[in-house]
Design a binder for this molecule. Sequence first.
Ligand code: NAP
Ligand code: MG
Length: 442
Amino acid sequence: MAEVPRAGTGEVDAAVAAARDAFPAWRAVAPGDRAAIMRAIADGIEAKLDTIARIEARNAGKPISDANGEIGMVVETFRYYAAGPERLLGKTIPVAGGVDFTFREPMGVVGLIVPWNFPLAIASWKVAPALAAGNTVVLKPAELTPLSALELEKIALEAGLPEGVLNVVVGPGSTCGQRMVEHPDINKIAFTGSTEVGRSIAEGAAGTIKRVTLELGGKSAAVVFADADIDKAAAAVPYAVFGNAGQDCCARSRILVERSQLDRFLEVMEGTVKAMRVGDPLDSSTEMGPLISASHREAVASFVPDERNVAFRGGVPEGPGYWFPPTVLAPVSNTERAAREEIFGPVACVIPFDGEEEAVRIANDTEYGLSGSIWTRDGGRALRVARAIDTGVLSINSNSSVRVSTPFGGFKQSGIGRELGPDALDHYTEVKNVYYSTEEGS
Ligand code: NAP
Ligand code: MG
């Protein structure tokens, strides 16, 4: 659908040099002027929303209705962080003999490395707070989905962002990404992707003591108690694992159901899954598209080697495309591979449980801790269980995962740091503490 230049480490070095050169002037732009440029970027994306959504849908194979929502969120993210430059507030701290106060300083050049599943949305969660805080940026999209990031770069220049402040490098992670991680002139890496690559980034950053934030994998649980509105839960929960064809770090791919309601739950869920509209990403009624690549489909299929554990499946269209049907495995034990590893495809494990204590134990029996949901009509239980599950983002009686104004990120091996909301700005600034003596003669 397009040709793009393939960068190597030389282009990374050139991008870092451009970002380094642009930094002093960009950090010196008055906060209100920086905010105005960010609002103009938001307006520029909004004006081209349909075009960018179509690019994203075609490039990633995601349903156009989802792509529209994602690019809408990109607009919202730039608007939200446009308030950032004027809200980088310091503190004054009472001390003896003087006054002590803090500043939130930009870090310098930040390197942003993002995956293919929500290409521009995840990029914007990083680019917007990074720019708001006065940093300059080198952004590396995933090789499979570079097109929307290149659009963003163009729009940002048209919106008045100075040359060199945002630099997009399109190239492989193993060369370009690696070079960014090791580059002595990059002060921070913000990464979203697999836990495996996240681990290598944490190691690589050690050489230069780079700041690192990581948004990694998940194996989240939807916990459905017998006292929940079972019909409502069973109709909603499939969308929290089959959305984006399961290629979602927030996927609630372990569905824990209290045993007394298991049959009813599966019956309603089967109706929902079989009615799911899987097909052409550019059809506005499509709910699920194909997977990103042939090799990814193979990896997903390895979790369903035969029909033994398959309770039911949805359908897929005939013809070309890396299709994989929405697939429900039940009943599954939390010790099985499909319940332990992140599948990143449309495969759900339904795991029965008995009682609240066991539900919490199973939900926490994973190396990950990114998202999750709790379905119950008992308010006390909802909050008890929410406090007991070791995860960064939870929803009660809802599939909600991310909102521009609320913090997002993981416990345990799901990551380090938080994106979105007010917290993200902290991760793109350093705290500077200044003491001013008020003693006579000073
Ligand atoms: P990935 O292989 O970890 O790649 C993510 C990004 O890192 C890509 O831009 C990739 O570049 C780059 N990369 C690969 N190797 C690198 C290295 N050695 N050094 C520096 N950068 C490197 O992940 P993916 O396969 O694209 O995406 C799937 C995974 O991402 C899943 O595990 C999922 O859970 C996770 N994910 C997490 C979140 C979250 O917010 N927590 C969101 C989305 C996805 P190239 O692909 O161009 O080579
Ligand atoms: Mg990969």
